[in-house]
Every structure is written in structure tokens, then in C-alpha cells.
Design a protein around this ligand. Sequence first.
Ligand SMILES: NC(=O)N[C@@H](CC(=O)O)C(=O)O
Ligand SMILES: [Zn+2]
Ligand SMILES: [Zn+2]
Length: 349
Amino acid sequence: MKTLTIIKPDDWHLHLREGLVLKNIIHFTSEYFGRAIVMPNTKVPITSIKSAISYKKSIIEALPESSKFKPLMTMYLTDETDKGELINGFKNNVFFAAKLYPANATTNSSHGVRKIENLYKIFESMQDSGMPLLIHGEVTDSEVDVFDREEVFIDKELSQITKRFPKLKIVLEHITTSYAVNFVKENNIGATITPHHLHINRNAMFFGGLNSDFYCLPVAKRENNRLALRKAATSGEKCFFLGTDSAPHLRKWKAFCGCAGIFNSPVAIESYLTVFEEEDALDNFEKFASLNGPNFYNVPPNKEKLKLVSRPNKIKEFIDVIQEKNTVGQIKPFHAGETLQWQVEGKLI
Ligand SMILES: NC(=O)N[C@@H](CC(=O)O)C(=O)O
Ligand SMILES: [Zn+2]
Ligand SMILES: [Zn+2]
């Protein structure tokens, strides 16, 4: 039996949600990842030190007993963001980073930023204090084709930001195109890559009829882009690191409104590993999962290890959301019903 032991990974882009969903899903991340950057697009977004502290407290209370998992909090930038609040929160270790959602670009982003230029003063202070800027990189103009929104964002917005703020620590989140891969490499910024964008191309959304299970934002693109992402992720290059963008939506909502987001935390490590094995790059997995992120963010890698075993691993069709022993909802995980060939030692889903 093939095994692989790596330094425990971190998830540099994660949605934990709140309340019952948070309580039911957090263990999928907290058991197998040392830290995670928690996205601030909760129903009422995390826009202040106070709300970040209380959200962090609810996450810690939801953790399994004696868990050492560390949630890293982010502040949701809006047109009204107060620079003092942001930088103070960073200097006092409340915020690990700031998150930029162009208004209405994705799930729960209606409070996002309408004119990015208006944030330039804030970016200057972030650059001075070393605070990372995490970006959902898509324009929202209705004239721009949904499949072109990442590229247009890079040309219209990101290239301006990198030019004006060359020392600002920027992560382009969940990249989906070869254009983004090249931009990241050439401009000294970082990027997260999700498991689903390594496995599916845009055909998946039309598999067996309109299929919202594979709908996320940015949407998966053409096959040539998927191949470029696989090459980037498995290259071991320092600018690319693990960020699952695991984004749970209850089945009833997903089926009803087709909301954007794929829930992959129950299978993320196994899903990535499948890709690394297929690309004959298992040797680079630890870099992508456990070393490149800490290197980018200037934090030490985790001390613990994680053992991965090559054996058939059948993934459940649904993860139940349980309240006082009753199933009150379900969430479909990525790879539902498939059998993967890797498993984190001791994990059953
Ligand atoms: N990726 C998604 O499709 N959805 C995310 C938001 C995001 O990361 O853009 C969500 O919060 O559901
Ligand atoms: Zn996003
Ligand atoms: Zn996300």
C-alpha cells in the first residue's frame, strides 16, 4: 500500500458559514488542516473588529474538543471601510488579511466594493503595514461575458493595483484561467487553486441537464484552462498554494436557486492528491499544500504531520446537517458517489 506523509496542510481560502452549518462541517477542516483563512462573506458580512472577534469565538466554540485548529479572520472591504479599523485590527492580530469582493461578483457580496479606485488610500496603508489583500478577481459589468470576467478583471483592475502598489501582498483567489496563471507568475503575487477547478471544466455544469452541483464562481472554464491550472498547482512553484474555496450550500437552496459554491472540505486533500498523482507530481504535493502558503504569508509551517494512504475511498452522496440528533438538511460534497484512490489515514466520510 502506497503512503505519503506530509507536514499538516493549511486551507488558505475557506467558507465556514455560521450556526448549524458551521457546527456540522467544521470538523472536516479542523481535523486535517492546521489553519484556514476564513472568508468574511457571512449573511451579515464581517466588516468590523467586533464582528470578527465574535465570529471567531463562534468558530472556536464549534471546534471538536482539544482541537488545535486556528481560524484566521478576514475583514470584508466595502465602500465604507474605515482604514483605522482595518489596520488596527491587523496590527492587533484580529485580522489576518482583507478581502475584496467587487459588489455582486459572487455569493453574499452585495455589500462589496463598487469602485475599487476609492480603496487606493486603504491599499497604501495595507502595503505599508504588510497586510495581505485577498481578491475575488472578477468584474461584474453585465456586458462582460461570464467566462471572461477573470481576464477582464486582471486587465482593468488588478494590473492597475499591482502597478501602483508593487509591495502590496496580493492573493488572486481561486484562479480559473491560464491568463491568471501567467499574470500571477509575472507579477510577484500569490494565488490559491481549488480542487474543483483542477478536476472539472465548464462542461460539468451541463452534465445530465443543467447541473448546479458544479456551479461555482468564478465558473470553471474551457479544458485548456483546467490543464494550465493543473500544471501550475503541481509545479511546486511558490506562488501557488492550497485554498479549497469549500463553500457549502444546503441542498434545498442549491436545487432551488442554483447558488454558486462547491462544498469540498470533506474530500479536499484526497481530491488534490488524485490530481498530483495523475500528473506524476506527488513529490510536489507538500509544497502546494503545506509549505508555499506559509512561505507567502511569512508564518511557520505546521509542526504536525498528516499521513495519506492510497486505498479506495468511496465518497458519500450527501453530508447530513444534524440538529439534536435529527437530520435537518443535506449538503452535497464534491466527488459525491465517486471512489477516490486516496484517503487521509483514519478518516471516514
Ligand atoms: N466560490 C463560490 O462559488 N462561492 C463562494 C463565494 C466565493 O468564494 O466567491 C460562497 O461563499 O458560496
Ligand atoms: Zn470568491
Ligand atoms: Zn470563496
